[in-house]
Design a protein around this ligand. Structure first.
Ligand code: MN
Length: 268
């Protein structure tokens, strides 16, 4: 890692004499990496506290030092993740620094989405039960709630049988299955996974966490609204687009609160 940072720094050092510029560039890369690790650890704890993940589920971030890599905890419960548990993966989801530590069976979800979506910087995979009725039935998940207006862009459903046949263990446990999931996701912010859960993506960790949480909440509310038995009114396309634009600018308010209250390593 040190060697690569050093080389990146010298390439960037056109305006300042070496070694000052290279040291500055390497320092900035180190700072971005440290910030990404801190936010990734916090995201694991926040998602666990909010009930988006439990013993299972995971969150990753693209490596700010190298967009052809991503950072993801070793195979463990999200609430227990510390900075020392974060591994670096290439986009084929091979761990580069595992040193004997086990990887999540479904890490391929992350690598495949980062390969397919250069705009994506963070990916959440969750088994939140609230979304399952919409993954398993003909009723579509749609925004009934302005905090989930990003769902107005459409919520595709991944059918693993189409890629893995009728007798899989339901897990996205290979690059081929990851690619199939990424194709289903397309340009959307969220995809449901039939019989399994969901993935939510974002251009930064707080956005992916925000989308994962409010997808779960919208599913809960839509199910309740349908259960009342009357006519359900959803956000229309214009409302969804306008609300998403507004929420994108203010979602850090939620992140800062969640990080303060739930982000610490010893949070319960
Ligand atoms: Mn899973």
């Amino acid at each position: 890692m040190k060697r690569r940072l050093f080389v990146a720094g010298t390439l960037a050092a056109t305006a300042l004499p070496w070694p000052q510029a290279s040291a500055r560039a390497a320092g900035a890369a180190d700072d971005a990496y440290s910030a990404a690790i801190a936010d990734l650890v916090a995201a694991n704890h926040i998602l666990a506290h909010l009930g988006v993940v439990d013993g299972f589920g995971h969150v990753s971030v693209r490596d700010p030092r190298d967009p052809s890599r991503y950072l993801l905890a070793r195979s463990m419960a999200p609430a227990l993740v510390t900075a020392d548990d974060v591994l670096t993966y290439d986009l084929a989801s091979a761990p580069l620094d595992a040193r004997g530590r086990a990887s999540y069976l479904e890490r391929f979800i992350h690598g495949a989405i980062y390969r397919a979506r250069p705009d994506v910087v963070s990916v959440v995979h969750s088994h939140a039960p609230d979304v399952i009725p919409f993954a398993d039935s003909s009723v579509s998940l749609r925004p009934v709630y302005h905090m989930a207006s990003f769902l107005g862009a459409g919520v595709p459903v991944f059918e693993i049988r189409d890629a893995a046949g009728p007798a899989s263990d339901m897990l996205v446990s290979s690059n081929a299955l990851g690619d199939a999931l990424a194709r289903t996701l397309g340009a959307a912010n969220v995809a449901l996974m039939r019989g399994h859960g969901m993935v939510a993506v974002g251009t930064r960790i707080p956005e992916a966490v925000f989308r994962a949480y409010y997808t779960m909440m919208d599913a809960r509310l839509e199910g309740q609204a349908i259960g009342l038995g009357g006519r359900v009114t959803y956000l229309n396309d214009a409302e969804a687009a306008a609300s998403t634009k507004t929420n994108t600018n203010i979602l850090l308010r939620a992140w800062e609160l969640w990080k303060r209250d739930y982000g610490a390593i010893d949070a319960r």
